[in-house]
Design a protein around this ligand. Structure first.
Ligand code: SF4
Ligand code: SF4
Length: 131
């Protein structure tokens, strides 16, 4: 996920989120300087395996991605945008890599959003034993 979009006059990444999705547990590498930049968030967002560090993935996307809804629909926000790892910083919106992410995973964010909405609108009564 690259530039914040409002500054570019569009919604861009905030309406996309594709590059923050993966089914790989080891999707976003975290190097030493990345870890330091994450500060107090590092402990909750980073895990170690085989002497390497990665961002925690949850529900098919990075754990630092917030999926919400506003008046324009689904919104995908990086909660550590200012301190995100180098891998995320190096992916520029509109680049061939970005286009590849969208081609491969562009449908996943919307599906994840719609699943969350379905959970939110579900009435608590649905969980009650009808007897
Ligand atoms: S895939 Fe491209 S447009 Fe989508 S969030 Fe990532 S950088 Fe932004
Ligand atoms: S740190 Fe931010 S930009 Fe990078 S994968 Fe996670 S949510 Fe996306």
């Amino acid at each position: 996920m690259s530039e914040p979009l409002a500054s570019e006059g569009g919604e861009g990444c905030l309406r996309c989120g594709a590059c923050c999705f993966s089914n790989l547990a080891t999707y976003v590498p975290v190097r030493g300087d990345d870890y330091a930049r994450l500060g107090e968030r590092a402990e909750e967002l980073v895990f170690f395996t085989d002497n390497r560090a990665y961002l925690v993935m949850h529900g098919g996307h990075c754990a630092a991605l917030a999926i919400t809804t506003d008046e324009d629909g689904a919104r995908f926000t990086c909660l550590v945008y200012a301190t995100r790892p180098a891998t995320c910083r190096e992916l520029h919106r509109g680049s061939p890599a970005c286009e590849g992410e969208i081609a491969e995973k562009g449908a996943r964010p919307r599906r994840a959003h719609d699943a969350l909405v379905a959970l939110r609108v579900r009435s608590p009564r649905d969980d009650k034993d009808p007897t």
